[in-house]
Design a protein around this ligand. Structure first.
Ligand SMILES: Nc1nc2c(ncn2[C@@H]2O[C@H](COP(=O)(O)OP(=O)(O)OP(=O)(O)O)[C@@H](O)[C@H]2O)c(=O)[nH]1
Ligand SMILES: [Mg+2]
Length: 387
């Protein structure tokens, strides 16, 4: 294959990413993402409120939802109306999402437009075969009625999304300090926005450690409720400190961190960040979340971050007291490996199993265990998992 052919292959094999912001908060988050320049993804802002939508000058496409039903005036906090409005634009939404491999849906739950529309658009994502990830915030504890609406929306989302990344605004306030409301909402915009941007960048751009679409699919597909934590640090053991902070301060109250189904770690550091430092972070996660089935990580250099590192940890398949009634996605069947790799891999696994029997667990290279898992996941056929 010539270099030109290879470059063409890279270009055409790149996954197609679409980010859809729904309702006021969702659209504001897409503006944050567009300001930071999303590499290789399309941004759509959709709302029932024409005045708010007219300020979305950075989106690639705007969709006024439910023009007949809402007449461009919003839906006054009624999610049923938001859902009906989205159904009015179903054909247009389907057309826009055609060919999308990775779909991020962002919304602040608790109002009418975003809360009602997000499960409808997620259903379209599933229909077109995209890995569908919802990233939502739930309202502050004082907004009791709004929180209840958010819980119902998450229950509906669980039936049609692969993963639902949930940020609890109340938890955010606890961690970020008692910020004035407007600032707290900006922090939430930045958090959801950087989650979407970091993941999109690592799979569409060359990074220090690349995450590819198959990696992401392996961890987020049927991942269920997921939480995010962030950490930042400098000086000695900066990655260890930041990973520890990111894992121990999730932005959603979760029951038992050690039982998370999967973990995705994304690290951004200055040009002085080394691969060794990143590898240590992997070992540390295995210690903290011993029951996890899948761990993946990506790392990117950002020259403006000299001396510092920023870590984002996404824990998938977590349980959360507030969302206890939300249905779980179906478990993923064990990966089937292609015939040609089955034998050598099975031998390696048997060898590892023997080693585990005869040595204390601590002496086994954790990196080896991790690579095996990652290999299993990477080789698994993906299409059969979708329902
Ligand atoms: N992150 C973030 N959250 C917001 C913002 N504005 C509001 N919220 C939160 O999101 C929830 C829903 O608000 P909106 O997005 O304005 O509601 P909507 O979806 O437009 O619904 P309607 O206006 O009722 O049609 C609120 O209860 C707040 O908790 C914002 O700019 N950023
Ligand atoms: Mg609104």
């Amino acid at each position: 294959m010539t270099r030109e052919e290879l470059l063409e292959k890279v270009r055409t094999s790149r996954p197609s990413v679409t980010v859809v912001g729904l309702g006021g908060a969702g659209c504001n988050i897409t503006t944050w993402i567009a300001d930071k320049k999303l590499a290789g993804g399309k941004i759509i802002a959709a709302n029932t409120d024409a005045a708010h939508l007219s300020t979305m000058t950075r989106a690639d496409k705007i969709i006024l939802l439910g023009e007949k039903l809402c007449k461009g005036r919003g839906c006054g906090g009624f999610p049923e109306k938001g859902a009906e409005a989205a159904r009015e634009n179903l054909a247009e939404i389907k057309e826009e999402l055609k060919g999308t491999n990775l779909l991020f849906l962002v919304a602040g739950l608790g109002g009418g437009s975003g809360t009602g529309a997000i499960p409808v658009v997620a259903g379209v994502g599933r229909e077109v075969g995209a890995l569908t990830i919802a990233c939502v915030t739930i309202p502050f504890t004082i907004e009791m009625a709004r929180r209840e609406k958010a819980r119902e929306a998450i229950s509906s989302l669980a039936l049609v999304c692969d993963s639902i990344v949930v940020i609890d605004n109340s938890k955010l306030r606890e961690i970020a300090g008692n910020l004035p409301l407007k600032e707290a909402l900006s922090v939430a915009n930045a958090l959801v926005g950087s989650f979407v941007k970091n993941l999109t960048d690592t799979i569409t751009q060359p990074s220090l450690i690349n995450l590819d679409y198959a990696d992401l699919r392996a961890i987020m597909e049927r991942g269920g409720i997921s939480s995010i934590g962030i950490g930042e640090g400098d000086g000695e053991s900066r990655i260890e400190k930041s990973v520890s902070q990111a894992i121990s301060t999730p932005l959603l109250d979760i029951t038992d961190i050690s039982n998370a189904y999967g973990v995705l770690i994304h690290i951004v550091g200055g040009e002085d960040m080394t691969l060794d430092e990143v590898a240590v972070a992997g070992e540390q996660i295995l210690e903290k979340i011993p029951n996890t089935k899948r761990i993946i990580w990506g790392a990117k250099v950002d020259p403006s971050l000299s001396g510092r590192v920023r870590v984002m940890a996404v824990l998938t398949g977590v349980t959360c007291p507030f969302l206890s009634g939300v249905p779980k996605p179906q478990p993923i069947p064990a990966p089937q490996l292609p015939k040609e790799v089955v034998k050598p891999l099975r031998e390696a696994m048997e060898h590892m199993a023997r080693a585990q029997d005869s040595f204390p667990r601590e002496t086994i290279s954790k990196a080896a265990v991790f690579s095996k898992e990652k290999q299993d996941v990477k080789n698994a056929p993906r299409t059969s998992y979708r329902g």
